[in-house]
Design a protein around this ligand. Structure first.
Ligand code: URA
Length: 233
């Protein structure tokens, strides 16, 4: 099996992230550092990541966390910041699917299923992510129209988004924005392209999966029906 696929089947990370680990020289096969992505792993090979032996995992785990602000979506942080795994203590190696910013909260999936993680994270699959956004001031209809047609910010193009006005008071507007791309700082950059600032950002749904009443920092396993729904996307 191709080395990146093998590592993600061990629950190390998504295939793309595993490629980064390989090229960074963190992976050894039979004691030797391997940086070649085209390497194949045979049944009797022993594989280490950052000095720890890994093996294909048995059970697939699918978790939804209500990520609070003030933590990063990585497995470990070299700046010593809190990570999302500080909220989900399990013996199994799981990792977050995609990212929410340090100061963004809401629905985050964690899994050891590299195939599903790849599928959900890949922009070509157009997975809908729904955000509740509080914006400074009151965006005009023309500004909302620009978000709906697609904006450019910092040389990056953002695809058309679905935008609903929810409420407006105290010189703040609450919007619900649905996007499918998953680009870095997507919502903040889209709003900044209007010359406005995001005051609060929370992901409330991924396709049919809703955060519901889960409190900040709490997590739960997905139901088999929810997992099937995500796999069928
Ligand atoms: N868009 C952002 O700007 N930040 C996030 O965390 C998620 C989407």
């Amino acid at each position: 099996m191709r080395i990146n696929k093998y590592l993600s089947s061990c629950g190390v990370a998504s295939r793309r992230k595993c490629e980064e680990l390989i090229t960074a020289g963190k992976v050894r096969v039979n004691g030797k550092v391997v940086t070649e992505l085209a390497t194949d792993i045979k049944d009797d090979d022993s594989v280490e990541v950052s000095g720890k032996y890994v093996a294909p995992t048995q059970r697939s785990i699918y978790i939804m966390l209500n990520k609070p602000k003030g933590c990063v979506c990585t497995v470990s942080d070299d700046k010593g910041r809190k990570t999302v795994l500080d909220f989900v203590k399990l013996p199994d190696r799981i990792y977050p699917v995609g990212r929410l910013d340090y100061d963004t909260e809401g629905l985050l999936l964690l899994t050891n299923d590299g195939t599903l993680a790849n599928k959900l994270a890949h922009p070509s699959n157009m997975v809908k992510k729904v955000y509740s956004v509080r914006v400074e001031g009151e965006p005009t209809d023309a500004e909302i129209g620009r978000l709906r047609s697609g904006v450019t910010f910092g040389g990056v193009k953002y695809a058309p988004a679905q935008v609903k006005r929810v409420s407006c008071d105290n010189n703040e507007t609450k919007l619900e924005i649905t996007v499918t791309e998953g680009k870095n700082h997507e919502i903040k950059n889209m709003i900044e392209s209007l010359g406005r600032r995001v005051l609060f950002l929370k992901r409330v749904a991924i396709e049919g999966l809703r955060l519901g009443g889960l409190s900040r920092g709490e997590w739960r396993y997905l139901t088999p029906r929810e997992v099937d729904m995500l796999k069928s996307l």
